[in-house]
Write a protein that binds this ligand. Structure first.
Ligand SMILES: Nc1nc2c(c(=O)[nH]1)N[C@H]1C(S)=C(S)[C@@H](COP(=O)(O)OP(=O)(O)OC[C@H]3O[C@@H](n4cnc5c(=O)[nH]c(N)nc54)[C@H](O)[C@@H]3O)O[C@H]1N2
Ligand SMILES: Nc1nc2c(c(=O)[nH]1)N[C@H]1C(S)=C(S)[C@@H](COP(=O)(O)OP(=O)(O)OC[C@H]3O[C@@H](n4cnc5c(=O)[nH]c(N)nc54)[C@H](O)[C@@H]3O)O[C@H]1N2
Ligand code: SF4
Ligand SMILES: [Mo]
Length: 748
């Protein structure tokens, strides 16, 4: 083993390394799947796509998974899975997997395979040079909600405490930053309060800016199991699949949610549909909120939202008198220019009506990616490991003592946010960027500009499963990563359930688990002594448990991976000393105590602000974006690798446009159209449908042209991008001989 190129490098520089430091069994085709799996056994693991966190069974032949089925005993999915779960092995077999580190020649633009030794040497050489020349704020990383928590924590600790840099962010900024900020300000900690059983126990479910039929199909199955004949309310400008299945649909004007929700709160007060006892005992700010709401009269709200007065009253009555009410939101709320206050307006409705801490209630943010919740607690980005604060000296001292490192290694400031990191690259302050498990060049807002910004970097590293992603293609160095199913660790799902991911496949070629890549780079940097205790994902899990201790998310009562496996995942909190077989589905705040010193929740509110880019004569349509089908995942880097998933969704981009708008513009069904904003243009096939209202169009986010168009506005508190609305024009494209296909950027 010592003759392996990785081993020789570190043997020479930093003394001998043991096989377990860098080489996991199975990587480089050596060794086998971990001993706890029998060669022809069936084992269980949590799905690696969305935050539902379904349990899957992997069926192994000769120690390697050959197919997957949903786990009937897992408390989340009860034997169900969506197409992505069934097909989760297919992306691992793709021919464009990165199987060796690849270094790009800047002159020719060509990539050549290099050894891990050369890759690590080059990585550390560039980052060290930049640190020495330009200081600790001159390099950053952008990470993800799609690697295991142990890897996220090691990455954040390595970059900040080991390599001594300050700034990093995660793609959860695009997704969950709003929920995290809203919960922290309202509840005192980033704590989604629900369990999935709340879907089944509500009398009224209010979904705002969420389309679970497409984005969280198994959560939707849980809604369908509700025996209480619930009212299902959908607030979404589009008549989505979920809206069509709802009992009440409020097709509000895009970006008018805050006004709408204040209008509902006004009516709750006006009609006495308030749980005064709960408000008095457990909240702060209700009187001020009530005075603030005086101006949000039904007339004003009806005019601003397009929802008639009587329908506003209908909704307020349903919420105020409907029994157990649960409020659910996703990206239609989080991806807006005033998203934090909008999420808090929903939280306020739950607090005012006492709909929290009881079965079938809650102010419930549905998470997106499989481990966005892990990244919120352990990314070490805006909060210090375990939901601590970088700015609190006592938090830094606590974390330093658990990690047995010098407290001065922990920065006393939080990181710059994603958009600010990009600004710093643009202005030349940041010179090197490391991108892990995200495809920014497709997914970031207004990405036409992103390419030119990233071109300014001295050094761009991309660590991904594939060498073919838009972001990998412009990297200087590609680090080949093992994917879900090829490594071990834990994810945290939307209902705070920690679930286990197992290695059921060998990674191809020289691809390594992200965990091993981070250890390898720590060794090459020379800071490996700081991370001695992080010898394996499971050893890291023991560190995470200690970091969580004393926090609302305390899970020190989980023994080890075997405990998680046997229990079917375990929700936080589970402090030390708790029963080892806790109730399988638990919600927070049953005692009405929130995470502030006075244990009261805060009602936070603020007047709505104008939308950033309203439509006008040149760009008369509002562009909505989001998930297109349950078979498509984000930038398609994974789901496009499955023939089955490809067959379940359109191959080319499509745009939903109202029949009257289509007729007015001379657009026939399936015709190619050009969609243009002030920032760029793209083409798509017209899907003429009244799921969208007049003056609005919808593009799925899965095709790269979409973010050529989007307007870079950000919520000021969460700095989450406002992906969901900008102004565009739509015109038919007359086919030219030899013209480009639908979905590509038109010339000129
Ligand atoms: N199949 C599939 N599933 C996924 C994903 C995927 O890529 N594919 N991604 C996962 C991730 S990371 C996430 S974050 C979730 C996202 O899950 P969702 O948020 O449910 O999905 P989106 O389609 O992005 O947005 C939801 C709805 O917001 C609506 N909307 C747009 N503007 C407004 C507005 O102003 N107000 C209101 N009220 N609604 C508005 C859109 O019409 C859309 O129907 O899905 C997860 N699940
Ligand atoms: N217009 C518009 N844009 C949007 C949105 C929208 O609604 N509208 N939604 C936003 C949201 S909510 C999100 S979450 C983002 C998602 O945007 P991205 O995070 O950019 O999307 P993905 O395609 O999931 O990219 C993940 C990458 O990680 C790689 N990967 C997967 N597993 C691993 C692993 O274990 N290790 C490593 N190293 N790599 C791995 C995959 O191959 C893939 O290239 O998009 C955002 N962009
Ligand atoms: S619903 Fe989400 S977690 Fe469940 S199988 Fe589908 S993608 Fe996986
Ligand atoms: Mo997301």
């Amino acid at each position: 083993m010592n003759s392996h190129p990785v081993s020789t490098l570190f043997h020479r520089r930093h003394g001998p390394i043991t096989e377990d430091l860098v080489l996991q069994p199975g990587n480089f085709g050596l060794g086998q799947i971990p001993a706890r799996l029998q060669p022809d056994a069936t084992t269980t693991l949590v799905c690696g796509f969305c935050s539902t966190g379904c349990g899957l069974k992997a069926h192994l032949r000769e120690g390697s998974a050959i197919n997957l089925t949903p786990d009937p005993d897992y408390p989340v999915n009860l034997g169900m899975a969506c197409p992505k779960g069934w097909e989760a092995l297919a992306p691992l077999d793709a021919p464009d997997r990165a199987t060796t580190p690849l270094l790009r020649d800047r002159l020719t633009g060509a990539f050549s395979p290099v050894s891990w030794e050369t890759a690590a040497e080059r990585f550390c050489g560039e980052f060290r040079r930049i640190r020495e020349t330009h200081g600790p704020e001159a390099a950053a990383f952008l990470s993800t909600g799609q690697i295991v928590t142990e890897e996220m924590a090691l990455l954040g600790a390595l970059f900040k405490f080991g390599m001594g840099f300050v700034h990093c962010d995660s793609n959860t900024r695009q997704c969950m930053a709003t929920s995290a900020t809203a919960y922290k300000e309202s509840f005192g900690f980033d704590a989604p309060p629900f369990a999935y059983s709340d879907f089944e126990q509500s009398d009224v479910l209010v979904f705002v800016g969420a389309n679970p039929c497409i984005a969280h199909p198994i959560m939707w199955q849980r809604v369908l199991r509700n025996p209480r004949k619930p009212q299902i309310i959908v607030v979404d400008p589009r008549a989505t699949e979920t809206a069509m299945a709802a009992t009440q649909h409020y097709a509000i004007r895009p970006r008018s949610d805050l006004l709408f929700l204040y209008g509902i709160a006004h009516l709750l007060f006006a009609n006495g549909w308030i749980d005064a006892g709960f408000v008095e005992a457990h909240t702060v700010g209700a009187d001020a909120f009530r005075s603030f709401l005086a101006d949000y009269t039904p007339d004003r709200v009806a005019e601003g939202t397009g929802i008639p007065r009587e329908r506003l009253l209908q909704l307020a009555r349903t919420i105020g008198t409907g029994g157990r009410v649960s409020f659910w939101w996703t990206m239609g709320v989080n991806q807006g220019h005033e998203s934090t206050r909008t999420a808090q307006a929903l939280i306020n409705l739950a607090l005012l009506t006492g709909n929290i801490g009881k079965p079938g209630t809650g102010a419930n943010s549905i998470t997106g990616q499989c481990n966005a919740m892990g990244s919120r607690l352990f990314g070490n980005v805006t909060s210090l490991l375990g939901g601590h604060e970088f700015t609190h000296p006592e938090h830094r001292a606590k974390v330093a003592s658990i990690l047995q490192i010098d407290p001065s290694l922990i920065p006393s400031q939080a990181s710059r946010a994603y958009d600010q990191i990009l600004e710093d690259i643009d202005s030349g302050k940041i010179r090197a960027l490391w991108v892990i498990a995200t495809n920014s060049v497709h997914s970031w807002i207004n990405h036409g500009r992103l390419r030119s910004i990233l071109a300014k970097l001295d050094f761009l590293v991309v660590q991904d499963l594939y060498h073919s992603t838009e972001t990998a293609q412009i990297a200087d160095l590609i680090l080949p990563a093992a994917g879900w199913g090829e490594k071990e660790g834990t994810f945290i799902n939307s209902e705070r359930r920690i679930g286990l991911v197992k290695k059921v496949r060998h990674a191809p070629g020289q691809a390594l688990a992200d965990f091993q890549i981070f250890r390898l780079l720590a060794h090459a940097w020379g800071c490996q002594d700081l991370f001695k205790a992080w010898s394996s994902p499971e050893a890291a899990f023991q560190i995470l448990k200690r970091l969580s201790q004393g926090q609302p998310c305390d899970f020190s009562g989980i023994r080890d991976y075997a405990h998680l496996d046997a229990a079917g995942g375990i929700q936080w909190p589970l402090p030390e000393g708790s029963p080892s077989a806790p109730e399988p589905e638990r919600r927070l705040f049953e005692d009405g105590r929130f995470f502030f010193p006075d244990q009261r929740a805060r009602m936070v509110f603020e007047a709505p602000r104008p939308e950033p880019e309203p439509p006008d004569a040149d760009y008369p349509f509002v562009l909505l974006t989001g998930r297109g089908s349950s078979a498509q995942w984000h930038t398609l880097s994974r789901t496009s690798k499955s023939a089955c998933l490809r067959s379940l969704a359109p191959e080319h981009p499509w745009i939903e446009i109202h029949p009257e708008d289509a007729e007015h513009l001379g657009i026939s069904p399936h015709a190619a159209v050009c969609i243009r904003s002030r920032r760029g243009a793209t083409t798509a096939a017209a899907f003429v449908t009244n799921t969208v209202q007049r003056g609005q169009v919808f593009l799925p986010m899965h095709f790269p042209g979409v973010n050529q168009l989007t307007f870079p506005a950000f919520d000021p508190y969460s700095r989450q991008p406002s992906y969901k609305s900008c102004a565009v024009s739509v015109i038919p494209v007359t086919p030219q001989p030899g013209s480009r296909g639908v979905g590509e950027t038109p010339r000129g």
